[in-house]
Design a protein around this ligand. Structure first.
Ligand SMILES: Cc1cc2nc3c(=O)[nH]c(=O)nc-3n(C[C@H](O)[C@H](O)[C@H](O)COP(=O)(O)O)c2cc1C
Length: 237
């Protein structure tokens, strides 16, 4: 696909030139099942590494019973040389937060956490400002979903979702045996959706352009856009 086509549809870094949180608010007027189905139809797979279909994860989470459910944004980004999630949090935090909120609404979660790599702590002031804005818009539409920030402690393994949850619970960051999966028993034993930063931003993109157009990006078995971090000497130096 040419760059022109990409630009025509959407580019993950492009901030939407609409009112803040307009896409989130529009999605909230739809049926939950329909939105989850759109995510499934889009072919979006998790961007954190394991590639689990995002729509299916949300569907299973929505089927879990319980008074309390969590949505965690995995921003631990410990893979050496990788900085795609940081870039999204800096450039388009609204897309990431909208994705978390849409997920929470669809699965019935009321509490959210951004698990932020400690080395990225300098992003906190701007993220907090953005969360303030999000809170105003969520309140306006009666969405009961609050988001906190949790700082990791610098361990690569804590990017693994169950080790991440252990560390949030104040324990040593070691992976749990699965099953149960986090959507069954996650943070503090409650059903928990853990998705990567890019996955949440992509979910917002799917909701904006629709599964059909999203599927046109990428390849037949890997749908949608994908960010890669490239670093090293430039050819001119
Ligand atoms: C050793 C290890 C490190 C990981 N680190 C990260 C990470 O830094 N960020 C991330 O999103 N997922 C990471 N994962 C994958 C997560 O366990 C999990 O699959 C992911 O957060 C789920 O989100 P997704 O479905 O949106 O990809 C790691 C997995 C392993 C085994």
């Amino acid at each position: 696909m040419s760059n022109n086509n990409l630009r025509k549809v959407d580019v993950i870094f492009t901030p939407y030139s609409v009112a803040p949180y307009a896409i989130m608010k529009k999605v909230l007027q739809r049926k939950k099942d329909e939105v989850i189905q759109e995510l499934i139809d889009s072919g979006l797979r998790g961007r954190g590494g394991a590639g689990f279909p995002t729509g299916l994860k949300w569907k299973f989470a929505s089927q879990q019973k319980g008074d309390l459910k969590y949505v965690i944004c995995n921003a631990d980004e410990g893979e050496p040389g990788t900085f795609k999630d940081r870039k999204l949090l800096v450039e388009v935090p609204r897309k990431v937060i909208s994705g978390m909120a849409i997920c929470a609404w669809a699965v019935g979660a009321t509490k959210g956490v951004i698990y932020l790599r400690r080395e990225y702590r300098y992003l906190i002031p701007e993220l907090k400002e953005e969360l303030k804005l999000y809170n105003e818009h969520a309140k306006e539409v009666g969405l009961d979903f609050t988001i906190d920030i949790f700082l990791g402690a610098g361990a690569y393994i804590c990017g693994e979702e169950t080790a991440l949850i252990e560390s949030m619970e104040g324990k040593r960051g070691e992976p749990r045996n699965k099953p149960p999966y986090p959507i069954q028993e996650g943070y503090l034993g409650y059903p928990t959706v853990v998705n990567n930063v890019e996955t949440f931003a992509s979910a917002t993109m799917v909701c904006r352009i629709g599964a059909g157009d999203y599927k046109k990006l990428g390849t037949d078995d890997q749908r949608g856009s994908k960010l890669f971090s490239i670093s090293g000497d430039s050819p001119t130096t």
